[in-house]
Ligand binder design. Structure first.
Ligand code: XMP
Ligand code: MG
Length: 179
């Protein structure tokens, strides 16, 4: 285990099992529809890679980057598109792949943008959900794990751009934030 990690909340095995289940569910739900699967960078990059390998129907992939927390652990409430999609969403079934839903601000903004661009449908799969921290009325259509209000890192999730490469998800030792 990484020296800065206090506790592992979701092991690599537990995450991989959940991702396989989500992939199977999505393969059934999107059968015959050729969805555009959108990864929200950077946090969702590992989830996107693993999930897409477990989707057994034809899909297309694209990537979007939005401004998020910077180096802090709280949302600024401001969302800005830093990298936009390469392809049109007009008339497409869209599946947004998110690492974690916290306040819900990022996703409600993204859903709004995609609907205004005439997407046929917009659904969300989030690996982690913190429903206790919602400030807007929004829920994922597919959720991996519902977690309490703790800042987590690993499996794509960062603190100050670190720990994204950990294959598990855990909480940091308090001294990591203060040092
Ligand atoms: P909102 O508040 O818009 O936030 O739902 C979603 C984005 O915030 C980041 N986030 C986290 N990142 N550990 C992280 O590394 C966390 O516990 C955490 N909670 C929220 C994340 O980028 C997500 O896309
Ligand atoms: Mg982030």
């Amino acid at each position: 285990m990484h020296n800065d990690i206090q506790e592992v909340l979701y092991s690599e095995e537990v995450i991989q099992q959940k991702v396989r289940e989500l992939g199977a569910t999505l393969s059934r739900e999107y059968e015959g529809r050729n969805p555009l699967v959108i990864c929200v960078l950077k946090g969702a990059f590992i989830f996107m890679a693993d999930l897409s390998k477990n989707i057994t129907i034809p899909i297309e992939l694209d990537f979007m980057a939005v401004s998020s927390y910077g180096n802090s652990t709280r949302s600024s409430g401001e969302v800005k598109i830093v990298k936009d999609l390469d392809v049109s969403v007009d008339g497409r079934d869209i599946l947004i792949v998110e690492d974690i839903i916290d306040s819900g601000l990022t996703l409600s903004y993204l859903i709004d943008v995609l609907e205004r661009r005439n997407a046929l449908s917009v659904n969300v799969v989030a690996l982690f959900d913190k429903p206790g921290r919602r400030t807007v009325d929004l829920n994922a259509d597919y959720t991996g794990f519902t977690i309490p209000d703790a800042f987590v890192v690993g499996y794509g999730l960062d603190y100050a751009e670190k720990y994204r490469n950990l294959p598990y998800v855990g909480v940091l030792k308090p001294e990591v934030y203060t040092s």
